[in-house]
Design a protein around this ligand. Sequence first.
Ligand SMILES: [Zn+2]
Length: 218
Amino acid sequence: MTRKQFILLGLALCAPSIGHAQAPARGPQAWGKVPSIIVLSQGSDPRVQLVRDAVANWNRIFSEIGTSFRLGLVTQAIGAVPASELGAMSATLLSRSGPPSLSEDVRQWPGDLIVVLSDGMFVSFAARWPDSEKAVVAIRSAQGPPLSLPNVARNVIAHELGHAIGLGHNGDPTMLMCGRPAACRPDAFASQDQRYFPLSGDEKARILVLYPAGWKSR
Ligand SMILES: [Zn+2]
């Protein structure tokens, strides 16, 4: 895989100990079709519902801002991508040393967008391989902070899906897509109220550039 074939859509709000600057997006950032979504978990996992909720929230946003683009059907499967592999992909993205490869452990799953609910301790991330029409969103363990804090996992999942549709980071800690190089981290999402952090006006405009009102799945 060449660098050209890969789009880095940005990392999660990253661990404070790890340096990260978001890499510039390269190549086409928009999906040309409605991406089907498969959620991998290793058993009963409350984050599965958070993925379903986040997809519904994104589709509500798309409807409100006037694009016909939608995230597609969500299916669930018992399965995993090895945490060591996800950790290596995350580290590759953090180091900006080049794109991670699309491994068979990811490619084997039938969805276009594979959401892995991991028990690993890596920095959550999203990555896309447009030539293969595959993307992965990998969510770290929620067994401890920051994802165990109330309202955090919900927004981290929504944030990573935001990367998967083509958004980058902003620097406003009151916004969903805040991330490096800004100082915001996932614990900024902690709240006793279950709520999604909002998109900026610029991000809504960006979505309409990526997915205009007349967008059609090919
Ligand atoms: Zn991010």
